[in-house]
Design a protein around this ligand. Structure first.
Ligand code: EPZ
Length: 427
């Protein structure tokens, strides 16, 4: 079994450059379906989720050339199928991001119903309701969602019940090819959505308001291929910033390759916790906090505190001078990480959507299991400050969204390594 082994107690310092944003790159890849021809995506992270999205695109007839490790030429000229197969959707829920583009280009899509995941049900009812308003008809059979727009897509106003990232993206990618104008009210405002809208506009779309709660899309006849650079990954950046706050040496840890404005609430909360992040060219520099002040946190849609940073900030809260509450408002089951941190000595009690955290003096290294992508990375970060050795298993979760996570930490001087240990005895 492959694990990540961390020897705690070693200060880290220097500069780490984050990769392109996973949660933008996956949607930009899907959006190339809308522009027949060869689109070049730059700054694409070399992570397993990108490889899965590549398989989905090749499965419907696209060709992908890996120009270099972070540049993909995606040619969707010959896309002639509209099915995202079960084995790929089951592996990666974000495969559902091809639904909007397929409907926009062909008026058809056949997507395996996404299952749940460690975070919860992960429904797509808001995607479906919004697309139905545009004229899409759905039926589900044998675990697949069949969607088609017999009379084409017609622009209208869609009000989302919740500012869902995925629903906003699928609606935008369908609406760019609808007849007439679509208004999405209560749209999600994440930076990755702005990146998607920017690329679509470069392709010839007419989208205004991305990044605000009201997005207006005027349908166009065709979109053309472009070259587009993926924004830096704000969540990967936040993960390294937390590591620097815990174990940064006197030179500090400098995290580059992303826009600090994409982490505004995170940096604000860290500041309230007594962790100073100074702005530098293309990123921030953070030093180890002498003491961490307890601060309550609520995860909310952007620009609120991102749920994808909840586990990472919980590591800080668990070592704060006092008690704090973290409330998870986005997913119904995103505290599995807390149970693993308790194994390392944290004092955390879960009550429904609230984690009651009482700061402790330190963590003790232990064998722990990644519950999901961000929780896994946060366990490695907790291992940096724990005494003795921490062994993190189920690290395939981490590889989904962090490119060369161990190597980047080693570059900062962390005593972290990949290792192989005997598989546990099946019970
Ligand atoms: C995106 O997921 C991200 N994934 C998630 O990042 C991120 O946590 C999430 O947005 C929130 O920011 C990608 O971009 C690939 P949502 P998404 O639609 O689009 C419920 C990571 O670690 N919901 O905003 O699925 C849903 O179940 C991942 O990189 C419905 O009920 O997020 C969830 O509880 C984890 N019905 C909540 O809304 C719907 O139709 C937020 O979902 C859609 C969503």
């Amino acid at each position: 079994m492959e694990i990540i082994r961390v020897e705690g107690g070693h200060a880290i310092g220097g500069t780490v450059h984050v990769s392109g944003a996973k949660n933008s790159a996956l949607k930009l890849m899907a959006a190339t379906i809308l522009a027949p021809g060869k689109t070049t995506l730059q700054n694409v992270p070399n992570i397993s989720d990108v490889h899965v999205m590549g398989k989905v695109l090749k499965g419907i007839g696209a060709t992908i050339e890996v120009v270099d490790e972070h540049t993909l030429d995606i040619d969707t000229t010959n896309v002639d199928s509209w099915e995202a197969p079960y084995e790929l959707v089951a592996k990666m829920r974000a495969s559902t991001a091809v639904m909007g583009p397929l409907l926009g280009r062909f008026g058809r899509a056949k997507i395996a119903m996404p299952g749940g995941c460690n975070l919860g049900a992960r429904k797509i009812d808001m995607h479906i309701l919004g697309l139905e308003a545009l004229g899409v008809e759905f039926d589900t059979a044998h675990g697949y969602i069949n969607a088609q727009a017999p009379n084409g897509l017609t622009g209208t106003t869609v009000t989302l019940e919740f500012a869902s990232v995925g629903a906003t993206e699928n609606l935008i990618m369908a609406a760019v090819r609808a007849t007439g104008t679509t208004i999405i009210d209560n749209a999600a405002r994440e930076p990755e959505i702005v990146d998607l809208a920017n690329m679509l506009n470069e392709m010839g779309a007419k989208i205004v308001g991305a990044g605000t709660p009201v997005v207006q899309i005027e349908g166009v006849e065709e979109l053309h291929p472009v070259t587009h650079r993926v924004i830096g990954d704000r969540i990967e950046a936040g993960t390294f910033i937390v590591a620097g706050a815990l174990m940064g040496n006197e030179d500090g840890v400098t995290v580059t390759g992303f826009s600090p404005i994409h982490l505004g609430m995170v940096l604000k909360k860290l500041e309230l916790m007594g962790i100073e992040c100074e702005r530098v060219e293309d990123g921030v520099r953070v030093h180890r906090a002498e003491r961490i002040k307890p601060v309550d946190i609520q995860t909310l849609p952007f620009p609120g505190f991102p749920t994808d940073m909840q586990a990472q900030v919980m590591v800080l809260s668990a070592l704060a001078d006092g008690s704090s509450v973290i409330t998870e408002n986005i997913f119904e089951n995103r505290f599995m990480f807390a149970s693993e941190l308790v194994r390392m000595g944290a004092d955390i009690r879960i009550e429904s959507h609230h984690a009651m955290i009482h700061g402790v003096d330190g963590f003790s290294g232990a064998q722990v299991t990644s519950p999901d992508l961000r929780g896994g990375a946060a366990l490695v970060v907790a291992g940096l400050v724990a005494d003795a050795v921490t062994e993190v298993s189920a690290i395939h979760h981490i590889k989904r969204g962090y490119e060369r996570f161990v190597e980047k930490l080693q570059g900062l001087g962390a005593h972290v390594e990949h290792a192989t240990v005997p598989d546990p005895v099946e019970d």
